[in-house]
Design a protein around this ligand. Sequence first.
Ligand code: MN
Length: 295
Amino acid sequence: MKDTVVPHADVRSRTVERLVKGMATSDGAGVRLTRVLTQDLQRRLDPFLMLDAFRNEHADDYIGGFPDHPHRGFETVTYMIAGRMRHRDSAGNEGLLESGGAQWMTAGSGLIHSELPEQEAGLMEGFQLWLNLPAASKMVAPSYRDLPSSAIPGFDAGGGVHVRVIAGRSHGVTGAVERPDTEPLYLDVHLPAGTRFTQPLPTGHNAFAYTYRGSVSIAGTVVPDRHMAILANDDGTGVTLEAHEDARALIVAGRPLGEPIAQYGPFVMNTAEEIRQAFADYRRGAFDAASVRAL
Ligand code: MN
């Protein structure tokens, strides 16, 4: 898609409503990670349900990976900065997620998958973002897309600023994935010291930035390394990141669904009854494509 020119010079940056450091935890088979977007922020950051950041130098902290587990009712977006992870799922998909690449998985009505490191040493770094599905789409058939690094569009924004567009649109560049219901924007912005980057944001979309190298300033608030800045909703027309040192940050935004959120572990539905049903379906093997075919 070719540009409409966006008047970036006219954008007034939203302010930082709150800084969040995230919670150190482990998940899967002992993978150490930081849960940045926790369950108590799901309503505030609707349609986003979770953001995990992982950056582990030592194999012991990631080698167990995430063995077979189910999901229903939402999408997972895994973005790899460094490392190799093998994905397999009960819908028969398999892929290798490598440095700079992403995986976009729609769990929909349900699947079982594993996410296992395909490296025994060295840095493993990346993010997993959970994006909710509207009630009408929670039971769609599962689907899956591998986005190798070469499939993620990027552009230079001047002064050495580089932007990768995983989802949505930025400065006339259309990202690898678009979703009409929530219009998610997912950018990875690399800023040399002394530069800035401005992204317009639609009114009413919930938005946050997450720094993963160095710090940035947003509307006068310093966002330290490895912090999420929740952006105020109604005091600006976009966001401007200013880097006083070399920095990298994610910008994530989307249109809230405004629907009830019922989560239990790997299932995210709208009601407790639907969660109960998800457990019942999982227990009787409905998520396991092999047993479905055998029936
Ligand atoms: Mn998973």
